[in-house]
Design a protein around this ligand. Sequence first.
Ligand SMILES: *[C@@H]1O[C@H](CO)[C@@H](O)[C@H](O)[C@H]1NC(C)=O
Ligand SMILES: *[C@@H]1O[C@H](CO)[C@@H](O)[C@H](O)[C@H]1NC(C)=O
Ligand SMILES: *[C@@H]1O[C@H](CO)[C@@H](O)[C@H](O)[C@H]1NC(C)=O
Length: 372
Amino acid sequence: MMLCVIPNLLFLMLSLPSLTFINTENVNKQEKLFLSSMGLSSRPKPSHQAPVPSLLWKLFKKGNKLTSASDSDPCVVSEYGVRGNIVRFIQDQGSLISAPAVHCFNCVRKHLFFNMSVLEDVEQLSFAQLEMKFKQDLSHLGPHVFSVDLYRVLRTTLKGVTHQSSRKLLLSQSLGPGAHASVQVNLTDLGETWRKPGKNFGMQVELQLKHLSNVLQEHAYVKNPHSAVQIAPMPELHSSLVAVSLNPLQCRSRRKRSAAYYLPVTPSNVCKPRRLYIDFKDVGWQDWIIAPQGYLANYCHGECPFPLSESLNGTNHAILQTLVHSFDPKGTPQPCCVPIKLSPISMLYYDNNDNVVLRHYEDMVVDECGCR
Ligand SMILES: *[C@@H]1O[C@H](CO)[C@@H](O)[C@H](O)[C@H]1NC(C)=O
Ligand SMILES: *[C@@H]1O[C@H](CO)[C@@H](O)[C@H](O)[C@H]1NC(C)=O
Ligand SMILES: *[C@@H]1O[C@H](CO)[C@@H](O)[C@H](O)[C@H]1NC(C)=O
């Protein structure tokens, strides 16, 4: 029997490591191709496995539900009411600013930097939101609050020092036990600006404890011989940027996943979908793919015999090819049994920058086969 080409990249790669005769160079090439279609330059090696935000888990579960849930458009993120098939939690790469500032006495300043270059050029950014949250509980504050001032940095000097004139106030808010312990800011427009090379200088956040009682003051500050003042039990502020974007190339018309997702086991050597469970462990991807750990991908296999019945979904060309094959079996092969209908899944993974990404991914499950 002739070998038909299986178009799905995964299947080629998945000629599994256990088969030793495989040309590893080809496997690497296939892996690179698959990764680049996910916007990845190489196989991610997450340095620390950042926790997965609950929102992403929720979206992931929704994206992988069968039938009824696929009524909702997979290219809309309904939580934010925007179009998109990729949701990223971009990690903050900024660090604490240690240089003392005249205007910011008894406060903590931090530089925030979100690398928006992780978005590919083809993607359309539809929503970006900054979330700042205290890691600790603020109930010990009593009646006191933290004021949070957020600035956009417009430019930096050579020494990396930011002057008052080169930043712009975006938001000023108080946080405390009485108020919400997190701040959310819509940064869609700014996020778009940051995608242009050399335009992203990040932001600065200033955290200041206001209305100190004498008791608190004693506990709040310790003398540090190296810098003027350092604030001891300042709570840690965790910042992340949610970015929703649309890759229009990976978003086709909505399709319902057919019942063929769970295939009945019927022995037959005629072209049809066969069950194949892909375990990401088998390809060594378990470190960076968070979920699913594997999925029912299926594959097409079987003969396309003459006469080609209607259920084999043959093209006119395939019908003629089987006819010629029946006269000249040595010179002309049978048509190929290939996927003609595929459906998407959602994948949750770490990218090359340790960000947690949820992506709607097309053509991952074989639903129907045909002779082509
Ligand atoms: C931002 O991400 C891009 C793409 O992953 C990378 O090439 C670049 O080095 C990153 N920049 C910074 C400042 O981390
Ligand atoms: C966020 O800002 C963008 C641009 O200013 C605006 O179009 C969008 O409606 C805002 N989204 C929300 C949820 O506020
Ligand atoms: C051919 O298509 C029909 C519906 O379009 C489907 O029910 C059938 O299973 C397909 N045949 C194969 C071999 O997958």
